[in-house]
Design a protein around this ligand. Structure first.
Ligand SMILES: [Mg+2]
Length: 261
């Protein structure tokens, strides 16, 4: 499988694509999310590969704007699990999310107002355009804050036909459409008529992208699932991987090896 992928990269680079997660894959995992940065050499090798292959794309849960600042315009960037992407240096909502832009702005304003009325300290309302996040990690009694925020978010989401999703110390309100890393990979693979596709990721969310590669493989695409090992990488991801690399620096070496073939 891996050899097939490398063969396409060598003989038909314009039909090969590489997709990557960001945190833990291209960047070390950091305590403060805003401190993340691509590891040394990552940007250069990604840029060089992007000039050679059909597509090189980061597919991350982070906002596309943040990724654009760190990675520049050489590669494709899909943020918020595909809800937004970078087009000519600007962040745009994806087609399936754009119709909800106005109602999401309304929901955000209402959530800010309701949170202020509640007067909970340590709660952060994060505006990611396609998603609004209510973070309560820093609330003095986090569990209590979580219960109250979930009630508000449920109310605001229900009144507007949106979806409420509890996460780890965060509650999200988002459009009622499904989107995931798998959708991004499948769509881009078909747009670029890929004959070979690789995905590199380190976390449980990347299993969806591995699923997408399985589907591509069933259609005859040469695929490689690369698991990036960290202290936190789930065993299932490493078990399903065709190849395992040790952390973001090894990701860079793996990418360089594609240029050497
Ligand atoms: Mg990750």
């Amino acid at each position: 499988m891996t050899d097939d992928f490398r063969a396409v990269v060598a003989s038909n680079p314009d039909r090969a694509g590489v997709f990557l997660d960001f945190d833990g894959t291209v960047s070390e995992i950091v305590e403060m999310p805003s401190d993340a940065r691509p590891v040394e050499g990552a940007r250069a090798v990604l840029g060089e590969l992007a000039r050679r292959l059909a597509i090189v794309s980061i597919v991350s849960g982070r906002s596309a704007g943040q990724l654009l600042g760190w990675l520049g315009r050489d590669i494709e960037i899909w943020g918020l699990h595909g809800a937004e992407h970078v087009v000519e240096g600007r962040v745009e909502l994806s087609d399936f999310v754009a119709p909800y832009a106005d109602v999401m702005a309304e929901a955000r304003a209402e959530l800010e107002k309701r949170c202020a009325e509640l007067g909970l300290p340590g709660v952060l309302v994060e505006d990611k355009a396609a998603i609004v996040g209510l973070h309560y990690r820093n609330a003095p009694v986090a569990e209590d804050a979580g219960v109250k925020l979930e009630a508000i978010a449920t109310d605001v989401a229900r009144a507007r036909g949106l979806k409420m999703l509890p996460g780890r110390m965060v509650i999200e309100v988002k459009p009622p459409v499904e989107f995931s890393k798998a959708d991004v990979v499948l769509r881009l693979a078909s747009e670029h008529d890929l004959g070979a596709a690789a995905f590199l990721g380190d976390d449980v969310g990347d299993l969806r992208a591995f699923d997408a590669l399985d589907e591509l493989a069933s259609r005859g695409v040469a695929t490689v699932r690369v698991g990036v090992r960290s202290d936190e990488s789930p065993p299932e991801l490493l078990e399903r991987a065709d190849e395992v690399v040790d952390g973001p620096e090894a990701t860079v070496a793996w990418l360089r090896s594609l240029l050497a073939d």
